[in-house]
Design a protein around this ligand. Structure first.
Ligand SMILES: Nc1ncnc2c1ncn2[C@@H]1O[C@H](COP(=O)(O)OP(=O)(O)OP(=O)(O)O)[C@@H](O)[C@H]1O
Ligand SMILES: [Mg+2]
Length: 282
């Protein structure tokens, strides 16, 4: 049994445009994540990566399919049970600033999960655990009294990570945790995430556009295309020899160091969902 098991999950959203067709964001996704493992999800914008991340944590309801954590079916839990379960399953978002309440102190933000999950701790112990979490993510102790707006982007994301680990989760969804950060800061945050994984035995679902990052951080990679996985393989194998035409195109984009270079994705003959899709930024 894997720590996280997702089986044949579907999710449709009503169109954001009036009278538009519904969006079938997840079309039968299955995955497993083992204890301590990193599974990366790659795929272009709109392929359903964030929807999947939220579905795995049951932050959104799915149309069909099952998600289980540590052998427990999340779909069978009531709100209260799910809330309790979330101590062990957390998320770090792409935009640190947008995900932090600008009017709350860093200490209060990081304390929040403990107040929800461990109300028994008491003020002094909560404060101690918040201090410990801030220390683990490399923030100075006095950061607790500051507001998010007073911190740099990298520090803000460290707060996002501290909030995610303070309740001692076993599994964290990282939804493009470094893509809004400068290159130099990105490496620091990735190193921090790797260190925390090692120290705390965390399993990660790591959503990313950046192939270099994925190659570096993940044990396995799932390639997502229009709400489905077209290929799920150990990282080294996939990067050496991608099987699916879409994986090949995605991975070939990493060969170019020049971000101005455009890569036109082609339609894949034989794919029932053939559409011409464009590379990120094209
Ligand atoms: N709440 C929503 N209402 C309507 N459509 C939605 C909603 N959330 C997501 N979608 C649609 O579902 C599809 C998948 O979106 P999702 O955000 O999961 O993609 P993504 O792979 O994370 O993209 P990105 O790389 O840009 O973050 C997109 O077509 C998106 O427009
Ligand atoms: Mg997304």
């Amino acid at each position: 049994m894997s720590l996280v098991e997702v089986h044949d999950v579907h999710k449709t959203f009503p169109s954001r445009q009036r009278g538009g067709d519904p969006v079938h964001a997840l079309r039968g996704v299955s995955l497993t994540v083992d204890e301590g493992e990193t599974l990366a999800i790659i795929g272009e914008s709109g392929s359903g990566k964030s929807t999947l991340g939220r579905a795995v944590l049951r932050l959104l309801d799915v149309d069909s399919g099952t998600v289980s954590f540590d052998g427990k079916d999340l779909g069978a839990m009531d709100r209260k049970q799910l809330r309790a379960q979330r101590a062990e399953m957390q998320i770090v978002f792409q935009e640190p600033f947008e995900s932090l309440n600008p009017r709350m102190s860093i200490g209060a933000i990081v304390a929040e999960p403990l107040q929800i999950h461990r109300p028994d701790l008491g003020t002094a112990e909560t404060r101690r655990q918040v201090r410990d979490a801030l220390h683990r993510v490399g923030l100075p102790a006095d950061a607790a009294t500051r507001l998010p707006g007073e911190l740099s982007g990298g520090q803000q994301q460290r707060v996002g990570v501290a909030r995610a680990i303070v309740s001692r989760p076993r599994f964290v969804v990282l939804d493009e945790p470094t893509s809004s950060l400068d290159l130099s800061i990105r490496a620091q945050i990735l190193a921090l995430l790797a260190e925390l994984q090692e120290d705390l035995g965390l399993a990660y679902l790591f959503v990313s556009h950046d192939m270099h990052t994925v190659e570096w951080v993940s044990d396995r990679v799932a390639v997502m295309y229009l709400g489905r996985f077209v290929e799920t393989r150990p990282t080294a194998e996939l990067f050496a020899d991608p099987h699916h035409a879409y994986s090949k195109t995605l991975l070939s984009a990493r060969l170019s160091a020049d971000p101005r270079e455009k890569h036109a994705y082609k339609a894949f003959p034989g794919d029932e969902d053939v559409v011409a899709v464009r590379a990120e930024g094209a």
